[in-house]
Design a protein around this ligand. Structure first.
Ligand code: PAF
Length: 271
């Protein structure tokens, strides 16, 4: 595994290969990332992972500061996985140039997390657009846990006619049902249990509303979630994940999207 901190040396190396399968991360690697990397390794291209905690996608400084970081552990893990390249840029390496494409922000960027985390998706697209400019990856592997992010990146790529292809990868869950996330490392045992109970509650709820939409009684559900131990709910909405239309009546194809807090830890999922 070769480690790069500078985009010019990275480009010198990768632009002479046939292309790369790229897995962008903010570190704090977990089973979800490992699954993305294993899928990337199955492609015929070299595997490139980036670790960059992007300050522009955090709407609160305190959230950026407390974001879980463990680069030493991450490097060890990536070596074991035998990836080809690791890119760990500094801020200037990413933000010190003007990328070829302007970012395209689909209107869905104002919904769900976009409504509650102002500027978040603009920050995500900004950094991903810059990575694409530097790396020109053949494939980009993204997890469905962050489905809204995945959708918006796809829209940007489509609109700007970028040649990279997005590979959508399934959400990986712990045995207790919680979707793997770097933020889970901040949960204590009791908080894990709360998150797990909430997941199982939502699974049951989804089954019920598939049969009878009147079970989607938002004030009752919010109360139940608070009783289960959530501190606050940002949103709980059903969307058709093909076209991102809001679901308002019984439907076969939808995902239940949620963002909620346990104390000050914000968790998202879609089920
Ligand atoms: O999903 C993430 O970890 C980040 O949003 C990404 C795609 C690496 C951009 O910073």
């Amino acid at each position: 595994m070769k480690i790069f901190k500078n985009k010019h040396t990275l480009q010198k190396e990768i632009l002479k290969t046939k292309g790369t399968s790229f897995v962008p991360t903010m570190g704090g690697l977990h089973k979800g990332h490992i699954s993305l990397i294993k899928q990337a390794k199955k492609s015929k291209f070299k595997t490139l992972v980036s670790i960059f905690v992007n300050p522009k996608q955090f709407n609160k400084k305190s959230d950026f500061r407390s974001y879980p970081r463990n680069t030493k552990r991450d490097i060890k893990l990536l070596k074991r996985l035998k990836i080809d390249y690791l890119y760990i840029p500094r801020f200037k390496d990413i933000y010190g140039f003007r990328p070829k494409n302007k970012i395209f922000l689909d209107k869905f960027s104002k919904k769900l997390c976009g409504k509650f985390r102002k500027g978040h998706f603009e920050g995500v697209l900004n950094v991903v657009n810059r990575f694409i400019d530097i790396i020109k990856p053949r494939y980009i592997f993204l997890g469905k846990k962050d489905y809204q992010q995945l959708f918006l990146i796809k829209k940007h790529i489509e609109k700007r006619k970028i040649k990279s292809k997005i590979i959508e990868c399934n959400t990986i869950r712990e045995i207790n049902g919680i979707a793997c996330s770097s933020r889970n490392s901040r949960l204590d045992k009791n908080q894990m249990k709360i998150a797990s109970n909430i997941y199982h509650y939502l699974r049951k709820l989804k089954k019920k509303i598939k049969k009878d939409y009147s079970f989607f009684n938002i004030s009752k559900i919010k109360k139940d979630l608070i009783d289960l131990g959530a501190s606050k709910i940002d949103y709980l909405e059903n969307y058709n994940i093909k076209n991102f239309k809001l679901i308002k009546k019984r439907s076969k194809q939808f995902n239940l999207f949620i963002a909620y807090y346990i104390k000050n830890i914000r968790l998202i999922d879609n089920i």
